[in-house]
Design a protein around this ligand. Structure first.
Ligand SMILES: Cc1cc2nc3c(=O)[nH]c(=O)nc-3n(C[C@H](O)[C@H](O)[C@H](O)COP(=O)(O)O)c2cc1C
Length: 182
């Protein structure tokens, strides 16, 4: 544990064009401000790692065709210029194999990125991820949150990185409240 940190969190993300990665890193910084040791890790490098104990998982992905990506939509993203090494594994695949026991916690918060603010708000990566995580035995501490990008490949809209940092800090506080109530 880093000096000053008494809790830990892992931010697991999928990202084709790096926008969700920037959000994930900002969330990790916010969690650090809340006294957590926090790391943001892409789902592509987590698949092979072993068990790990944390107090909170934060999980996020880009919205593809109103839901979590599938291989075909990641291929589509690669065709539009995203690195092809990111096609193989998406957040959906990772969730399918994960259990609360693997991370020593059932506490999870969820975020996504998307281009559309209003239309079909209820059909997005975060909503799907939340549903699938619940089915795997996780407990959502707060409703999923969306961060906006200007175009498919980005950039993130102005102010979104700062908002992600604040959200991370708030989720750290929510986790502390939950731990205190347990
Ligand atoms: C194949 C594909 C489908 C997409 N479908 C949607 C969508 O249904 N709704 C939306 O708001 N954005 C959609 N987008 C835009 C993505 O949400 C955007 O590319 C993503 O948030 C960027 O994050 P990343 O850089 O982490 O990949 C789509 C993008 C791709 C490549």
């Amino acid at each position: 544990m880093k000096a000053g940190a008494d809790r830990s969190a892992l931010v697991v993300y999928e990202s084709m064009f790096d926008n969700t990665a920037h959000v994930a890193e900002a969330i990790a910084r916010g969690l650090e401000r809340a006294g957590f040791e926090a790391h943001a890790v892409p789902v592509t490098s987590l698949a092979a790692s072993g068990p790990m104990k944390v107090d909170l998982l934060a999980v996020g992905a880009p919205t593809h065709t109103f839901t979590l990506s599938r291989r075909e939509t990641r291929v589509d993203a690669a065709r539009r210029g995203a690195p092809s090494g990111r096609v193989a594994i998406g957040l959906r695949d990772w969730i399918a194999g994960v259990t609360p026991g693997r991370f020593g916690t059932e506490r999870v918060v969820v975020f996504d990125t998307r281009v559309t603010r209003v239309r079909r708000l209820r059909l997005a990566a975060g909503v799907t991820a939340a549903r699938l995580l619940r089915r795997r035995g996780f407990r959502l501490l707060r409703k999923p949150v969306a961060f906006m990008v200007d175009e498919t490949s980005g950039p993130l809209r102005e102010g979104e990185v700062a908002r992600a940092e604040r959200w991370g800090q708030m989720m750290g506080a929510a986790c502390r409240d939950d731990l205190a109530a347990a």
